[in-house]
Design a protein around this ligand. Structure first.
Ligand code: NOJ
Length: 557
């Protein structure tokens, strides 16, 4: 299996990328109209969030028909045209397959509700006990994970919203249906897939209460997960050379991720995991306010980088996506060091071992939404938690602060292509308000020759040209440094040192402390920096606020 480590992937949250017809919703023709921009950026693949027919309770992650494009996004012709036009520019399209659950509007679920035994067995229906649901598991969007159906006096499992019913992967017919879907889209010429929460598909034989948690330990990386993924691979994309696949792995382990992504296991090309994005959860609680724990962030990166490197796993590298607040507002300083911290975060992430992902808008420094009213939010999870926190008695002001920091809508505001009305995104009213952060947009960024966009282009080029970035081993240098994350990538004689300051104060870096050659122009060459000027002719270098410095160490030094 190919490992794609010379590639960079760009994520498109379709609903917010580009609206071609003025209805306020991003759509497929909108994406096609921006392909030249994406080609110029230099990425290789475009991952599109789900475009299938859906009631949109979870913005398309509740699929009602996997074979049809939702009319709000366009038509099948539009999608085929996009695949064709993208290919012409050397860009592959990856579709998002949501196979842990379907929408309750899906024909299968509707037949199940009518009592058709074939389709009831497509889902997970169980009896409750003593008036309670079958287990005490908590849905990822809040509340119990079982929904009662009075006609059957039974409950069905929904790990997410109650309109997203979990599929029964034990049933061979279900698996075959899903494989047919993947094959249908492969035949349409897509280059790959992202599989939504795919490590949750294998449920335990017995459904029991979780006395110490929310139930996830029973169904995460479940008993038959590797068997199912191998079968999925064999029956579908495994037969088309170079298909790229990435699995979204929720609350997973390193050992499982190695197996999911090791080329010899024939499961997936690479995996997303989320441990590094929980470092601002207070005691594991997302819906809280806490500054991110930098030491923990480094430890997690180090654990995963070294582990995957040593054991041959393949990691997707990302800070942002449509389920996360914007990294720039979360780990950088989007007000005082907007450009510097956007570039620093990009450098620190892209030069790690793995395959980098850019989330739309990240390439010119989009920030969180900074909404001040619950009326601006659209996301089902955010609204559920707003109500839960209200019930717990938290003041409105604090809840809004929590949402400003944690809501998924922070990553979902429409792309700010320019500074005009509608921001070049729409001529109508956008489905969700634009970010309240003023003055940031793609055109503005590109006016500057040192734009964030141009910096991303350099990073992408560097990866493509540099075997050490693609394949080199990884080693952390300054594990305990309070502000710097520094690592070394090595391939044969080639060594690259990546130094990044995650804070707004200047600090020193002294290579001799870490068994690295002394600073001089003979020993080091600057490959990339997010500041204009630097002086290597000292024994220590000052690393300025949010500075990133990429140095290649000359051989034999
Ligand atoms: C993960 C997706 O990224 C998220 O947006 C969605 O809500 C859940 N899976 C459920 O499909």
């Amino acid at each position: 299996m190919k490992n794609f480590n010379d590639s960079v992937i760009y994520q498109i949250y379709v609903k917010s990328f580009m609206d071609s017809n003025g209805d306020g919703l991003g759509d497929i023709p909108g994406i096609t109209s921006r392909l030249d921009y994406l080609e110029k950026l230099g990425v290789n693949y475009l991952w599109l969030t789900p475009v299938f027919i859906s009631p949109m309770n979870d913005n398309g992650y509740d699929v009602a028909d996997y074979y049809k494009v939702d009319p709000s996004f366009g038509t099948l012709d539009d999608l085929e045209h996009l695949i064709f036009e993208a290919k012409k520019r050397g860009l592959g399209i990856m579709l998002d397959m949501v196979f842990n659950h379907t929408s309750t509007d899906h024909e299968w679920f509707q037949k199940a509700l009518k009592g058709d035994p074939k389709y009831k067995d497509y889902y997970i229906f169980r009896k409750g006990s003593g008036g309670n649901p079958p287990t005490n598991w908590i849905s990822k969007f809040g509340g119990n994970a079982w929904e009662y159906v009075p006609e059957f006096d039974e409950y069905y499992l929904h790990l997410f919203d109650k309109t997203q019913a979990d599929l029964n992967w034990e049933n061979e017919d279900v698996r075959e249906e899903l494989y047919e879907i993947v094959n249908f889209w492969l035949d349409k010429g897509v280059s790959g897939f992202r599989f939504d929460v795919i490590n949750l598909i294998s449920k335990p034989d017995e459904f029991a209460d979780d006395e110490i948690g929310d139930g996830r330990r029973f169904y995460t990386d479940g008993p038959k997960i590797h068997q199912y993924l191998k079968e999925l691979n064999r029956e579908t994309f495994g037969r088309v050379a170079d298909t790229i696949t990435v699995g979204e792995m929720s609350s997973t382990t390193l050992e499982n991720c190695v197996r999911y992504s090791h080329p010899e296991e024939d499961e997936l090309s690479m995996v997303f995991n989320f441990h590094h994005l929980k470092v601002d959860y207070d005691e594991g609680d997302k819906w809280s306010l806490k500054n991110f724990d930098f030491q923990e962030l480094k430890e997690i990166f180090d654990h995963w980088q070294s582990g995957m490197d040593n054991l041959g796993g393949n990691m997707a590298l990302f800070f942002s996506n449509h389920d996360q607040p914007r990294a720039l507002s979360r780990f950088g300083d989007d007000k005082n060091y907007h450009k510097e911290s956007a570039k620093m975060l990009a450098t620190s992430l892209h030069l790690l071992k793995g395959i980098p992902y850019i989330f739309q808008g990240e390439e010119f420094g989009m920030t969180n939404a900074y909404f001040t009213s619950i009326d601006d939010y659209r996301d089902v999870e955010s609204i559920n938690y707003y109500n839960i926190l209200k019930k717990q008695g938290l003041p409105e002001e604090i809840i809004i602060k929590i949402l400003q920091a944690k809501s998924r809508d922070n990553g979902r505001t429409p792309i700010l292509w320019n500074g005009e009305d509608g921001h070049g995104f729409t001529t109508g009213t956008p489905w969700i308000p634009f970010s309240k952060m003023e003055g940031i947009n793609m055109e503005e960024d590109q006016k500057d020759e040192n734009s964030i966009f141009a910096y991303y282009q350099k990073l992408i080029r560097l990866r493509k040209e540099s075997p050490v970035i693609q394949k080199g081993s990884y080693k952390i240098i300054d594990k305990d440094h309070k502000s710097l994350f520094t690592y070394l990538r090595t391939l044969g004689e080639e060594r690259i040192l990546v130094i990044s300051n995650y804070y707004g104060e200047q600090v020193n870096f002294d290579p001799s402390k870490y068994d690295l050659p002394e600073l001089s122009r003979e020993n080091y060459k600057v490959l990339l920096s997010n500041y204009d000027q630097f002086n290597l002719e000292k024994e220590k270098i000052s690393i300025r606020p949010y500075e990133s410095l990429v140095l290649s160490i000359e051989p034999h030094k």
